[in-house]
Write a protein that binds this ligand. Structure first.
Ligand code: SAM
Length: 217
């Protein structure tokens, strides 16, 4: 099915003050994106882990976006001055990310428990592909981190291979990844991650770095 919803023609024409009414949006930019954020568990954790940075969730389903909006609104009302650095946008992240973010804007991007699309005929709907990775590389700053995790080994291997084979990404060294403060969050902070915990399921994750454009070295 097709979705008819608003999206900006480019990052310069999007009014971020709607999402972050208490932030100086003429000075600040969103630096962290959670793609397919679902019910928003990661965003809530990111708010206190990175209090000075702005994080946004991008989610396709209208009802889920409304839920996250209300969740953040309630937290903002209950804890005055807090949770002003997280927000959610309803969009198809496979189509419109460059409409929201300019080149090199993001420092972190998350793909947590994305839909597996098991059947071969539906693999093209997966959120990681060579074309989409080039788009993600475009909106990520050199040195920025991309995180992904899945409880479906086949999908994890698919994502890993695509990142590994893309010329603009390299795997983050194990000792660095292991000490990254986002790892506990990607494993346990989202609703999907907690669901997997309840059934004692396995999880596979990796972290890749947006390398400096080799043509510009
Ligand atoms: N990341 C969340 C978590 O770990 O709890 C949600 C995981 S859920 C299995 C996958 C989510 O991705 C769903 O909420 C779905 O609506 C969303 N999604 C799927 N395709 C999308 C797209 N093209 N753009 C934005 N969100 C998408």
């Amino acid at each position: 099915s097709d979705y008819n919803f608003y999206y900006p023609t480019g990052p310069e024409s999007y009014d971020w003050t709607k999402n972050y009414p208490q932030q100086p949006m003429n000075e600040k930019k969103v630096e962290i994106a959670d793609v397919g954020c679902g019910y928003g568990g990661l965003l809530i954790s990111l708010s206190s882990l990175f209090p000075e940075r702005l994080s946004v969730g991008m989610e396709l389903r209208d009802k889920v976006v409304q839920y996250v909006e209300e969740r953040i609104d309630k937290l903002r009302e209950k804890h005055i001055g807090q949770f002003q650095n997280i927000s959610v946008i309803r969009t198809n992240a496979m189509k419109y990310l460059p409409n929201y973010f300019e080149k090199g804007q993001l420092q972190k991007i998350f793909f947590l428990f994305p839909d597996p699309h098991f059947k071969k005929a539906t693999h093209k709907r997966r959120i990681i592909s060579p074309t989409l990775l080039s788009e993600y590389a475009y909106i990520l700053a050199p040195g920025a981190f991309a995180y992904f995790i899945s409880d479906v080994e086949e999908l994890y291997l698919w994502m890993f291979e695509h990142f590994k084979n893309h010329p603009l990404f390299e795997q983050v060294e194990r000792n660095i990844a292991e000490n990254d403060s986002c790892i506990p969050l990607i494993v346990n902070s989202t609703e999907e991650g907690r669901k997997v915990n309840r059934i004692d399921g396995k999880k596979w994750f990796a972290v890749f770095r947006r390398i400096t454009d080799p043509t510009k070295k």
